[in-house]
Design a protein around this ligand. Structure first.
Ligand SMILES: [Zn+2]
Ligand SMILES: [Zn+2]
Length: 423
């Protein structure tokens, strides 16, 4: 028989990890709502060309990592490799440009990329994603950055800082790319094969090459901030002014371009004390041309995506604590046929009264049932036995104190409520 395992790069999130997931999702939802963001959910599957056009052919995400395939009708569809293209598609499709602008949206869910499996990188990973659509003001850039900041601060991440850059717009970016390509043409024998390929297809990406041999070439490369048009320069200066006013630490990172074609002007990352060194915990940027690229009205936009999987790992490594999920603290035990039937009724009425209860299953001795209660960290066991039932009583055992009290069945709910609240 085949022994089934999860696909490489896919993971099960087991019950013991759920408190981390639930806590991050909970804090994210809460903060987003407090910043005035509304939730949207978009499908896992879209027409593949949405991402080819939106994210861009020539990007790793589309060329190497996107799960694209023909469905049973022969349509070429793709599992979403990121959120923004789908959210902007929904904004256009539902005519959200007639709503009061900007429209502030967030979503949480899985995205899919066929990446090389490695620690902390999954082919299905869950993102918290935030977008402000219909606003060009750099204060909107600041707002999404601050939302990310507050979330990490809330979760207990330390040494937070921003990395920022501007990637210009269609007015100034092409001229810079030409300067960059010309510079690289003079250093072709110093760079790796990947960068030679990037130069043809996605030249900005040479700047975030990690290969050792490319570092000296990157270090001396022309900087885009020296080539911004006056409008882009003013936009970027305003954003940095806000960051200065707020005393938020940030580094102007000329190498920060991020992997997607649609970015214009602001790109940013949030860095935190990660696993060992400082590391990016989330990234995003502005994409003013994307809506038009997808056939919609001109609509500026800015947002970020935050991978929950990787941040769960970081939180565990750093020993950051999360609140436990609620579990029943009362267990109903029973001895004998009549008591078992009574136990089902008692359990049901306690649950109806809002008391969380674990019901013992099977026909076992008291010792075995108490042992189970001990393993489940139960505070009080309600023991139903024939003799007590005849008197209309249950024996309630305080597990920590190993003491037992007889409580009339009619007063059980009140007794438990009083004692559970005292703890
Ligand atoms: Zn390189
Ligand atoms: Zn510009």
């Amino acid at each position: 028989m085949t022994r089934y395992t999860a696909l490489p790069g896919f993971q099960d999130v087991l019950p013991e990890d759920q408190p981390y997931w639930e806590h991050i999702r909970d804090r994210a939802r809460d903060l987003a709502a407090r910043f005035g963001f509304e939730r949207i959910d978009v499908p896992l599957l879209e027409v593949a060309t949405l991402f080819q056009r939106g994210v861009g052919e020539g990007t790793d995400i589309v060329d190497k990592e996107m799960y694209a395939f023909a469905d049973r009708d022969g349509a070429l569809i793709a599992l979403r490799p990121e959120f923004t293209a789908g959210v902007v598609r929904a904004y256009i499709e539902h005519g959200m440009h007639v709503r009061p602008q900007p429209v502030k949206l967030y979503t949480i869910g899985p995205i899919f990329r066929h990446e090389r499996p490695q620690a902390g990188r999954y082919r299905q990973h869950t993102q918290f994603n935030v977008e402000i659509l219909g606003e060009a003001d750099p204060a909107a850039d600041l707002e999404v950055m601050l939302l990310a900041w507050h979330l990490f601060d809330d979760l207990g991440f330390r040494d937070l800082s921003f990395q920022v850059n501007s990637t210009g717009d269609p007015k100034c970016k092409p001229a810079y790319i030409q300067v960059l390509v010309d510079y690289y043409r003079q250093h072709m024998d110093e760079i790796d094969e990947d960068c030679k390929r990037r130069l043809e297809r996605a030249p900005l990406r040479v700047l975030d090459c990690k290969a050792e041999q490319c570092q000296p070439v990157i270090a001396n490369a022309p900087k885009i901030t020296d080539y911004l048009c006056p409008e882009c320069a003013a936009h970027f200066a305003q954003l940095r002014q806000y960051l200065d006013d707020l005393d938020k630490p940030y580094t102007l990172n000329h190498r920060l371009v991020r992997g997607l074609d649609y970015y214009t002007r602001t790109v940013f990352e949030v860095w935190a004390q990660g696993i060992g060194a400082q590391a990016a915990v989330c990234g995003g940027g502005r994409y003013d041309g994307l809506a038009e690229m997808l056939g919609g009205p001109p609509t500026p936009g800015v947002g970020f995506g935050l991978g929950i999987d990787r941040n769960v790992l970081t939180m565990k490594v750093q020993g950051l604590s999360v609140p436990p999920l609620p579990v029943p603290r009362v267990m109903v035990l029973h001895l004998g046929e009549a008591a078992r039937r009574q136990a089902v009724q008692v359990t049901d009425s306690l649950r109806s009264a809002g008391i969380d209860v674990w019901l013992a299953f099977g026909q076992r001795g008291l010792k075995s049932q108490l042992r189970e209660a001990g393993k489940r960290n139960i505070s009080y066991t309600v023991i139903l036995a024939e003799d007590e039932l005849k008197r209309g009583m249950a024996a309630v055992r305080d597990m920590a104190a190993s003491s037992q009290t007889d409580v009339p069945l009619a007063e059980l709910e009140q007794w438990l409520n009083e004692h559970l609240n005292q703890r």
